[in-house]
Design a protein around this ligand. Structure first.
Ligand code: NAD
Length: 273
């Protein structure tokens, strides 16, 4: 029996990337899933490939009216709602000085307001189902700053904060709310955005504790855990999926390779021995 057997989920931004990976895993784990996105053609194709346990609904997460329609369609089709994954998101990189205010407002509208509207729309059916789980996809940028990402980072810090408030407000209904903080998931279109074309990915990822890029399915497995009853005592928490990138800074010259005789730490250990 799958970990999500009998559960009905809505996943936003599910036409591609992490959202599509989450939909695939949720179905494999026994859930029925409504994939919601603005990319209707691709979204329909992804849902169709998953079979009759999946359906596609158009949703621009910025619209409260469209949220109402998606939640209603989900309950009509599958009878209930147990899980909401607020995954849809956009990124545009620009310094505070150069940031186009239209871009700023769009990132806030999709990444931040979209999550709030989703939690509001899902609340009544989740209560009617006797409780459930909301998983909000924040980011590494919901925990740390990065230059060029004021708007994105601000919106993702907001997701992390709203998650904690929702966990406190919804706990009485048996609804758990957690945030997920991925970093460097390069198989997605966001991970491959033009904004990152000049970034030396190899040097960044080779210095982190798990020295490689992450995969969408590695995020999906954490999301499935939070959606499932396996995480029944977890709420208001931050779930980091970053290969250890956020564990601390990597300091050049202070490596930790015990086989390298020139490594300062190795020399220290040898002196001690
Ligand atoms: P992606 O660009 O591949 O997918 C994002 C999806 O969201 C797309 O299908 C897009 O059509 C949809 N979307 C955009 N605007 C929408 C709107 N207004 N309404 C509904 N859907 C909309 O990106 P991804 O990398 O799979 O990102 C998924 C989530 O993970 C995002 O919230 C992103 O901020 C977050 N994230 C990604 C990374 C990474 O490295 N890829 C790292 C940290 C966090």
């Amino acid at each position: 029996m799958g970990r999500l057997e009998g559960k009905v989920a809505v996943i936003t931004g599910a036409a591609q990337g992490m959202g599509a990976a989450e939909a695939l895993l949720f179905v494999a784990e026994g859930a029925r899933v409504v994939l919601a996105d603005v990319q209707d053609e691709t979204g329909r194709e992804v849902a169709a490939a998953l079979g009759p346990v999946a359906a596609y609904e158009h949703l621009d997460v910025r619209s409260a009216a469209e949220w109402g329609g998606v939640v209603e369609a989900t309950v009509q089709r599958f009878g209930r709602l147990d899980v909401l994954v607020n995954n849809a998101g956009i990124i545009r990189v620009a310094t505070i000085e150069a940031l186009d205010m239209a871009d700023y407002h769009e990132m806030v509208a999709v990444n931040q307001t979209g999550v709030l509207l989703g939690m509001r729309a899902a609340l009544a059916p989740l209560i009617a189902a006797g409780g459930g789980s909301i998983v909000n996809i924040s980011s590494f940028n919901g925990l740390h700053g990065l230059p060029g990402m004021a708007a994105y980072t601000g919106s993702k810090f907001a997701v992390r904060g709203m998650t904690k408030v929702a966990a406190m407000e919804f706990g009485r209904y048996g609804i758990r709310v957690n945030s997920v903080h991925p970093w460097g998931i390069l198989g997605t279109s966001m991970g491959q955005a033009d904004d990152f074309a000049d970034v030396d990915a190899r040097s960044i990822f080779s210095n982190q504790p798990i020295p490689r890029v992450g995969r969408a399915d590695e995020v999906a497995r954490v999301v499935a855990f939070l959606a499932s009853d396996d995480s029944s005592y977890c709420t208001g928490a931050e779930w980091v999926v970053d290969g250890g990138f956020g564990a601390g800074p990597s300091i050049p010259g202070l490596a930790t390779d015990p086989t390298d005789p020139t490594d300062p730490q190795t020399r220290l250990i040898r002196q001690r021995d």
